[in-house]
Design a binder for this molecule. Sequence first.
Ligand SMILES: [Zn+2]
Length: 55
Amino acid sequence: METVCPYCDRFMEVPDEIEGTRTLCEFCGQIFTADRVFVLFADQTNEMACREQAG
Ligand SMILES: [Zn+2]
């Protein structure tokens, strides 16, 4: 899943299983809660954002 660091506002890919847990930002080194976010501002991600989950 994608999450975003509230300290440096960087997006990063993290394992789904750490959602809601505290994780270490690989960019700034701060500890933050990994909330799932959806990246909608870039055209490149439209395909992923629009992809429907089957079952
Ligand atoms: Zn950070």
